[in-house]
Ligand binder design. Structure first.
Ligand code: BYC
Length: 324
């Protein structure tokens, strides 16, 4: 009877019939909804992945926020402001979707601010020039789309639905980044050089966004079975490389990988080895901007205390009025 080997919150094995029916629903491509029975490990995996995703959207505002006051024109500033606001919205949708799994927003925020929860490694890199804003839009949002379009078909309904709008917005973000790169790459020699240097900075970190290689990815196998993930980390990374190399060629920029070459047999690009030690260092908190990013979120949380208090008082007043 209890043969599936997955444990619930109390450490009890989950009943085999329920597990089998759950897997059958997944295999029939039914969406799992918040009130449906689900294995505790499925719930935990979703909370982990979705909260990491939401935190990434929120922390992801920081590298680009750095350029809002220094955008080179009013038009660029308006576009960048809109993009950064979109990222805040994405964070909020995904936090709300995560709350349907029985955790509170306060718990999730606490995990981010105490360093217990991860967020995407990519946001621990600096954006020293305007071209980095182009590179972030083109590569970081480009990688995000590659990862997130399959998540629109994720088995958990609220996550899948939140991804639909997010992907539409990410698509605009990717285009605005590519357009910045296009203008710079077709500009003066100094502008083209600035674009190339930003590409050099962001290429390898963008590849790391897809997570460890499949052989080291501890969650992929189960997440694929549960159709939370539809492709493995390496599959998505390869799709991203294959889509992005021609875009770099179109810009006349060089991908900083001397081993990158088209492989006729596989119909894909072969690429050089990723520096996994760098990836591990960054996710352990030792990337170039980890401390600064976390401190910025802690400050924002503390400075926002009065807003949360005011919202609560307002809610209480409304409740009193309604009751009266
Ligand atoms: N950075 O077993 P694995 C955006 C962790 S925001 C940090 O393969 P999984 C945007 C992983 O959590 C983009 N940590 O895990 C916003 C796990 O550690 P734990 C964010 C990483 O979950 C603003 C361990 O490594 N997108 O688009 O099966 C501006 C082993 O990994 C990373 C998402 O979050 C990383 N790069 O696969 C612009 C998408 N990679 O939790 C853009 C949703 C891995 O056991 N998430 N780790 O301690 C996913 O698709 C999956 O969670 C991942 C990893 C592919 C990222």
């Amino acid at each position: 009877m209890y043969s599936q080997g997955l444990k619930d919150a109390e450490g009890q094995l989950e009943p085999a019939e329920l597990m089998a029916e759950f897997q059958a629903r997944i295999d029939r491509e039914e969406k799992i909804e918040p009130r449906d029975w689900m294995p505790e490990a499925y719930r935990k995996t979703l909370i982990r992945q979705m909260s990491q995703h939401a935190h990434s959207e929120i922390v992801g505002q920081l590298p680009e926020g750095n350029w809002i006051t220094r955008a080179p024109s009013l038009k660029r500033k308006m576009i960048l402001l809109a993009k950064v606001q979109d990222e805040a919205g994405h964070g909020l949708y995904i936090y709300s979707a995560t709350e349907t799994l029985g955790v509170t927003r306060d718990q999730l925020t606490d995990e981010l601010l105490t360093g217990k929860a991860k967020y995407s490694s990519i946001f621990n890199y600096p954006t020293p020039s305007w071209a980095d804003i182009g590179a972030v839009g083109w590569l970081v949002d480009g990688a995000a789309i590659m990862n997130q379009v399959p998540l629109c078909r994720s088995s958990y309904g609220p996550y899948a639905r939140s991804m639909i709008r997010i992907c539409k917005e990410e698509s605009f973000h990717q285009r605005q980044g590519y357009e910045i790169m296009t203008v710079l790459a077709r500009g003066t020699a100094a502008q083209k050089d600035m674009a190339q240097r930003a590409l050099n900075r962001f290429w390898w970190p963008a590849l790391m966004m897809f997570g460890p290689s499949d052989k080291d990815s501890k969650h992929s196998e189960q997440s694929m079975k549960w159709k939370i993930k539809r492709f493995t980390n390496d599959e998505l990374r390869q799709k991203f490389i294959d889509a992005t190399v021609p875009q770099a060629e179109h810009l006349g920029l060089t991908i900083p990988d001397p081993e990158l070459r088209w492989n006729e047999e596989t119909g894909q690009y072969d690429h050089g080895e990723i520096n996994w030690q760098e990836f591990i260092d960054v996710i352990k908190g030792n990337g170039p901007c980890n401390k600064e990013r976390l401190q910025a979120r802690i400050n924002a949380h503390e400075e926002g205390e009065w807003v949360r208090e005011a919202a609560e008082v307002y809610q209480q007043k409304q409740n009193q009025e309604e009751a009266a």
